[in-house]
Design a protein around this ligand. Structure first.
Ligand SMILES: NC(=O)c1ccc[n+]([C@@H]2O[C@H](COP(=O)([O-])OP(=O)(O)OC[C@H]3O[C@@H](n4cnc5c(N)ncnc54)[C@H](O)[C@@H]3O)[C@@H](O)[C@H]2O)c1
Length: 425
């Protein structure tokens, strides 16, 4: 099939490369000339395991091209996938300006019966908005659909090659069949529904996962009050198949480019439709308050942050990505800077892009912890979790804050660290 992918950011690059690797003729379009130039040379402007290799393999096959020209990308395209950013606006709702701009730009070049698919995360009702714009300028008949993206940074290539499910939002049978045909080699779990349901499915999935994180953080706080250990509690609830033992991360709260944005967008959407006091609004507020609350509490345990040398291990929002958008490290480092600490940081991939007052990024765990009074293990990168901290123990009291309960407390305690976990003594 001939496919145009609009927006070659994180989702766009992975999607173009995967569909081209399946033999489709794919044009990746972006308004960012630098991005198009570097992708055309096979250079991915961010870190994602396996993506560079896949992109270069498909570029050689000749199935994949990148352009800044709507005319070039759209004229022959049977399917157009919109994957531009949908940041939150000031009121928290999804800012659709980039999505709507793509409709303006593509309309004059649409081919007869083209299927225009929104993959960006957008609220229900967005298809009608782009249809209105397309109808004003398009010279042909077309249809719109919604195929929300569920990939996860860090495993994006694998998630796109083998998605857990493909949700197709379309009420047009011919378009839904064609989109199913496109996705069938990737997954046999294809679910067709209304566009509104598809869009709600995306928001509901991310909000549910974010809620699990917020929920277990609250249970962890209660454990600290009564001597229970949150990891034992997780073992105690996880065997129940309705609950499951996976995806429990007591810690500094969720971050990244999706959860905070999607929860806050669903919260704002709820307010706009008259449901201002619902769970979505609570989850967002609780997560915002999570890091300040923990840093305040931990600050008391370490004897105050002022003049403390603090090593932050893990700057990205999760392992296997260099993405620091809304990462817990940002709020942690800001809190430490405001409270007079001297901070070092280490991450295998991510770079600190914030204020560097009293902050220096180091090249290794060894360098980061070299003088630390307090070590905060924020993200479970393998390089951090497998590090032998007995080798770097200093001859002074050192606190070890296990920000995601990834370490065996007794090992650190036996090495004379003062261990502080989340929801455990
Ligand atoms: N990043 C993720 O893990 C992820 C996962 C699932 C869903 N999503 C959703 O997918 C969408 C895209 O996310 P992303 O992380 O890839 O965003 P991104 O910011 O990495 O990339 C967006 C790209 O769109 C381009 N763009 C903006 N306006 C354009 C226009 N008018 N024409 C052509 N290109 C244009 C930008 O230059 C940029 O390269 C968002 O709605 C996001 O919520 C993201």
């Amino acid at each position: 099939m001939k496919i145009a992918c609009i927006g070659t950011g994180f989702v766009g690059v992975v999607t173009t490369a995967v569909f081209a690797s399946h033999g489709h003729e794919v044009a990746g379009l972006d308004i960012d000339e630098n991005k198009v130039a570097s992708l055309s040379k096979g250079q991915v402007p961010f870190f994602e395991p396996g993506l560079n290799e896949l992109l270069n393999k498909t570029l050689v096959s000749g199935n994949l091209t990148f352009t800044t020209s709507y005319q070039e990308a759209i004229t022959d395209a049977e399917i157009i996938l919109i994957m531009v950013g949908t940041p939150s606006a000031a009121d928290g709702q999804a800012d659709l300006k980039y999505v709507l701009a793509t409709a303006e730009s593509m309309a004059p070049y649409l081919k007869e019966d083209a299927i225009v698919v929104i993959k960006s995360t957008v609220p229900p009702g967005t298809n009608k908005k782009i249809e209105k714009i397309l109808k004003q300028k398009a010279k042909v008949s077309f249809t719109t659909a919604s195929v929300p993206e569920f990939l996860r940074e860090g495993t994006a290539v694998e998630d796109t090659l083998h998605p857990s499910r493909v949700v197709i939002g379309s009420t047009n049978k011919k378009a839904a069949d064609k989109l199913a045909q496109l996705h069938r080699p990737l997954s046999d779990r294809i679910i067709v529904m209304k566009p509104e349901s598809a869009q709600m499915s995306k928001y509901a999935a991310n909000t549910y996962l974010a809620t699990r994180i917020t929920f277990i953080n609250q249970v962890a706080d209660l454990c600290e009050k009564n001597g229970a250990d949150i990891q034992e509690v997780i073992a105690g609830i996880g065997e129940d198949s309705r609950i499951g033992d996976h995806y429990w991360y007591p810690g500094f709260g969720y971050g990244g480019s999706c959860f905070p944005k999607d929860v806050s967008e669903l919260a704002a959407y709820s307010r706009a439709v008259g449901e201002s006091d619902n769970l979505m609004n609570k989850v967002h507020d609780l997560n915002q308050a999570r890091t300040p609350y923990l840093m305040e509490k931990l600050g008391k345990k370490v004897g105050g942050w002022k003049n403390k040398k603090v090593a932050i291990l893990g700057l990205s929002f999760k392992p296997n990505t260099d993405d620091t958008r809304e990462a817990p490290s940002i709020a942690i480092i800001n809190h430490l800077q405001q409270n007079g600490a001297e901070v070092t940081g280490f991450d295998p991939m991510a770079k600190w892009r914030g204020d560097s007052t009293n902050f220096s990024q180091k090249e290794s765990v060894v360098e980061a912890v070299a003088e630390a009074d307090v070590i905060i293990a924020v993200i479970e990168w393998p390089e951090i979790v497998s590090f032998d901290f007995s080798k770097t123990k200093l001859d002074k009291q050192q606190f070890f804050i296990d920000g995601r309960n990834q370490f065996e407390p007794s090992i650190l305690i036996n090495n004379n660290y003062t261990y502080l976990g989340i929801g455990r003594k």
